[in-house]
Design a protein around this ligand. Structure first.
Ligand SMILES: *Cc1c(COP(=O)(O)O)cnc(C)c1O
Length: 386
């Protein structure tokens, strides 16, 4: 049996260990732990990397989203249109500001919100549209930008999983709307040694508001015309992330290479009738390689027994979460997102994954559909036979 983890951060750390430790030492010697020159330098580097004018380091991807919505004044009775299929934080931040998440279904091609449905959901209360570039593939932004432009609505991008991703017009994720939000959670493509996040924008006034909001809204210190929060990024995180950012293009290329290899292997194994592969685009950065498969839960258990770790992103669509029950959504409202919750399975695609491991993953998936599933079927269809 071979061991295939979903992500192998130790393998990655082994390649940058000394550089990272030097960076951490630098911060220890300075004894400046919150914001400061490391954070400022990271902000400059991320802004350049994305092609944005400004970047503001914050405490997490969630706080990047929260501060962005606060910066445009989202509050009670406002509505924010977003995808019904995402990580919880996407909708959580809307509700935490007493605004209403207005969900739309995903499109039939992938896992991103269907831009054709946005227009119909706009009301006089719509304050923002919050598209998510899920799994590292950019959402279709043109229709969203058009609707937003027509009604004077802000577009805030949840690019937590999409740093460095590009859409079909080569626009960098996070720089298309008025603000873009990144997460440096360790499992993201650019992951820190703890929590961290960043907002990028081309709007100087928004950047300034974000900088004030992340220190409780104090400007100058102890004078508050705004109510913000503690959304500050640590210098230790920034120092580590600055080391890792240099390698990000290399790691992204390795992820794309692994995704290509999966495509070839799935096709060689004759599995393309059962398995739906994620749509490839040149700018996809594969934070996750998510397939659609029948019998998903049993496949996951089977693979786990063979030493292969997978993950279900996400088992319950946002509109069906208990905490949003009072919004009035019901099962059946967003069929594509509900189907995705039943079929989606993330396979390991991290940069250090080897060809041998990928071949093993495919071989075991093939075994599941050839043997295990057919025998399970026989049991169900002919319970008396044995
Ligand atoms: C990770 C993630 C977030 C939240 O980021 P944190 O840094 O964990 O707070 C938000 N949205 C999406 C789509 C994410 O994947």
């Amino acid at each position: 049996m071979m061991n295939v983890p979903l992500l192998d951060l130790q393998a990655q750390y082994a390649t940058i260990r000394w550089e990272v430790r030097k960076a951490i030492d630098r911060v220890c010697d300075s004894q400046r732990f919150v914001l400061g020159p490391e954070v400022t330098a990271l902000e400059r580097e991320i802004a350049a990397f994305c092609g944005a004018k400004f970047a503001v380091g914050v405490s997490s991807g969630t706080d990047a989203l929260l501060a962005s919505l606060m910066a445009i004044g989202v509050g009670p009775d406002d509505e924010v249109i977003t995808s019904s299929f995402s990580f919880f934080a996407t909708a959580g931040v809307i509700a935490r500001l007493q605004a209403r998440p207005v969900f739309i279904d995903i499109d039939s091609r992938g896992f991103n919100l269907d831009p054709k449905d946005v227009q119909a959901k706009v009301t006089g209360r719509t304050k923002a549209i919050l598209p998510v570039h899920l799994f590292g593939r950019c959402a279709d932004m043109d229709d969203i930008l058009e609707v937003a432009g027509e009604h004077g609505i802000n577009v805030v991008e949840d690019a937590a999983q999409a740093i460095g991703a590009r859409d079909d017009q080569q626009r960098s994720a996070g720089t298309v709307g008025s603000m873009g939000c990144f997460s440096f959670f360790p499992s993201k493509n650019l992951g820190g040694f703890g929590d961290g996040g960043m907002v990028v924008t081309n709007d100087a006034a928004l950047a300034e508001t974000l900088r004030v909001l992340r220190v409780h809204g104090g400007k100058p210190k102890y004078h508050h015309s705004l109510i913000g929060g503690n959304f500050r990024l640590d210098a230790l995180q920034a120092a580590v992330l600055r080391v890792k950012l240099k390698y990000l293009p290399l790691w992204t290329e390795a992820r794309r290479h692994n995704a290509r290899r999966y495509r070839n292997l799935f096709s060689e194994a004759g599995l393309l009738e059962q398995i739906g592969l994620p749509e490839d685009t040149p700018g996809h950065i594969y934070n996750q390689f998510v397939i659609r498969c029948p019998d998903r839960d049993r496949l996951q258990i089977f693979l786990r027994k063979q030493g292969i770790e997978t993950e279900i992103y996400y088992p319950i669509p946002l509109h069906l979460q208990d905490c949003f029950f009072k919004l009035g959504y019901r099962n059946g409202d967003f069929p594509r997102s509900e189907t995705a919750a039943l079929e989606a399975l993330a396979l390991p695609v991290y940069p250090e994954l080897t060809e041998e491991q990928q071949r093993y993953v495919i071989e075991q998936i093939r075994n599941f559909y050839l043997q295990v599933r057919s025998s399970l079927k026989t049991e169900v269809l002919m319970p008396q036979a044995s």
